[in-house]
Design a binder for this molecule. Sequence first.
Ligand SMILES: [Zn+2]
Length: 232
Amino acid sequence: MFRRQISSKRDDIVVFEILRDSACAECGEPLGRGRWLRLEADRPLCLACADLSHLVFLPRGDAALTRRAAKHSTLHAVLVRFSRTRKRYERQGTLVEEAALARAEQECLADAEARARARERAAQRQTVRDAQYVKQFAERIGALYPRCPEAERDVIAEHACLKYSGRVGRTAAAKRFEAEVIDLAVRAHARHAHTRYDQLLGTGWERQQARAAVAAEVEQVVERWRTGCRGR
Ligand SMILES: [Zn+2]
């Protein structure tokens, strides 16, 4: 009844979780449904008689842990159960030595820590990159709008960078500090910080209406930052 239709390596010891009652051929212990047994020349053996009862069960699901635990285990077995719906044996997990499992868990933990450290370093690099990017952005604003106060350049740059960072990899244009991108960021800031735009929006104005209402003011501010003149 338990033929070789199991998808595990040939030399793996296979332990069956049984669906039908059986009994150990050696010690006679009745093995009910759900018990584990090993076949030895087609004779069912309880795990004690099969000398596998010292192994601990590691459920499937953690591939790295399973691989390591099996590697460190002098003896390990694969636990399978027959699926009546799928008409095949399915791997439920692995039986491994307790010490091997402990060692594997340690290694996986060490890995997780190493990964966490790597993530931290990556985040730090990203922070630095972002800071440099913001600084460059602010410098570009200074080049195009020399009269824009430095504090406002920083605010504009940070805001713009934040905005672009929320998008996929930031737009290429923003990365190249194209004049249009700088311009949009500067205008957006002028509109928000130097006109009644936000108030208008807050009192129910349509965005387009509000923009039109403050357009001239925005132009004045931007022109002043660009040339030092009041514009007009
Ligand atoms: Zn037995």
